[in-house]
Design a protein around this ligand. Sequence first.
Ligand code: GLA
Length: 708
Amino acid sequence: MSSVVVLRARDHALVLDATGPRLPRVLHWGSDLGPLAHEDVARMRRAADLGQGHSAFDEPMPVTISRDPADGFLGAPTVSGHRDGRAFSTRFRLEAITADDRTCTVTGADDAAGLRLETTFAMAPEGVLRIRYRLTNVGTDAYTVDDVQVGLPLPAQATEVMDFTGNWSREVYPQRRRIEHGRWVREIREGRTGHDHTLTFMAMTADARFRAGSVWSLSLAWSGNSRHVVERLADGTTHIGAGELLLPGEVVLAPGESYLAPEVVAVHSSAGLDGAAGMLHDWLRARPQHPRRPRPLTINVWEAVYFDHRFAKLEQLADVCAEIGVERFVLDDGWFGARRDDRAGLGDWVVSPDAWPQGLHPLAQCLADRGIEFGLWFEPEMVNPDSDLFRAHPDWILQVDGRVPPEWRHQQVLDLSHEGAFAHVLAQIDAVLTEYPTIRFLKWDHNRPLTDPGHLGRPGVRLQTLALYRLLDEVKRRHPGIEIESCSSGGGRIDLGIMEHCDRVHASDNNEALERQRIQRWTMQLLPPELVDSHVSPSPGHTAGRAHGLTFRLITALFGHAGIEWDITQTTPEERAILRSWAEYYKANRVLLHSGRMVRLDLPTADASAHGVIAADGSRALLAYVQEGVAVASRPAMLRLSGLDPDARYRIVEVRPAGTPRYWQIRLPGWLQDGVELPGRVLMDVGVQPPILCAEQATLFELTKVTA
Ligand code: GLA
């Protein structure tokens, strides 16, 4: 049995002391310490020995990966549960451990509680550490699992915690606070990931920002209820943790049964928030299922036509799409059953003969004729009480006996772990995709939280989440190559669990450029741009109601999986020419946009922001300079770039494929005329003078490495 485990990659290392007899203790979680000899770890253990303080356990027990209350751990333990009130506390002993350079599996047993705990740690080459617990009931009666939480110790220099909050149309608002004594807990109890879910949960040094400082980040790969915690105990011990939030009695293990907790994905970076995001992006990009074909320029017709599905209008839209160069056309809500508004039809996934007398064939043909791919909206987990499905099977909804959940957008949640309901939805989706083989993209929506989520009288969120994953996989198995977008009233289901089954997310129903600057900036703390939709909105935006110029909207939409959500039949020829130029620019640059390293600059004042991508080989970069509010200084601070090769020379030029922004000056900075060539070190240490822009404007800079 190995008594020392060191997993390391990039800027990230985990060092475990596994001398037993208890489960391993984390000696270090954080920056890479370089190669460590066996003896070094023994010395680390010695160097970390506290000795014996007053008013303390006579034999201080190290905090292990099972954080056992029976050993004196006084914070929230790794495993909580009971056998009808007994076996309420744990003390695991080390039974087996196997490890290589990248993975480690630890098996622990608690004979008194009748439990076995298996923990796996897997360090990917990109520096992403995945941690997973499996708890097995080896006793003779039922064991109720209340909680299984991953927890990792934080060093004293991690003094702050940052997480995200949000609601519909206002997703991913960052909030940051000092870590104090006690618990800071973020919980989701709405049965889906939720708009208020913290996309990542990060501890950090006080100086951490986009491009500097240290970050310890956790993300839960799960689309149901969740809990993220940072806890500082009275003795100063501090942990950061994450896990599924189980409802009372949700998981009861019969003898021999196991609970496999959702995976927790951890990264550490000493290169700031961008460093942490970069590791996650690289790891996601290395997955075999990561979408690799160029991300098609997409139109979603929701904000163009809403429920008004007239073929003539959609054909007109398709014509303008062809003129602009749109490559994918997504028909949104309203094509099925009695769905002429949001009061009826969910659950009846059959093309409506009222809206579509000849089926979707005319539209499929119209798109094929124009070389545009076809995409379709579904909301498979939902049912309107006014639907054939509900009339036939009113019992197929999640509910508690004798009580029907309050409606939300006139809908209830279908109980997908009911085999009949699952089979019904699968068969209907399958039939549509079989009849219309040119549909290559699904927008998979989920527009309400789960209330009273009972399956046969017991809490059913976990079962529902697993059934959803199964359904997504089965649709993909039957229709290879089909891509699926995760949407939940916009960004209500964005997490690493759903990303194992989907190909991109709808980050928000708020497509307004100013809000999207923030939403995209922070959604990309977790996901690389090619997985995040970024659609050009109408002006004024339909959700936030503000008006913005086309250039600002287009530059905002460029940095993601770009698209349009706007009735472009109403555009002027001039606007269409700019849309076409932007579309060409997106296509010419999407390899860079979707494979480069993300950069978010740390600007001195909050009125402006700057973000972009640098090609993996450092040869090119694309940067947006965004004036979000009225400029606080009449001489905006020099724009100091980041992430360049200091010893290379670069040419930086302003480009206008999306039209010209509104400047707020009589004469522009001289270098804007034809660019300037400077060493990377100068661009990073001194920078260039950005123009003075009016509020809610943006401009684009291209950087090219100059080769001798
Ligand atoms: C949700 C989605 C929208 C749109 C509507 C359709 O709100 O987030 O993008 O698809 O449903 O009803």
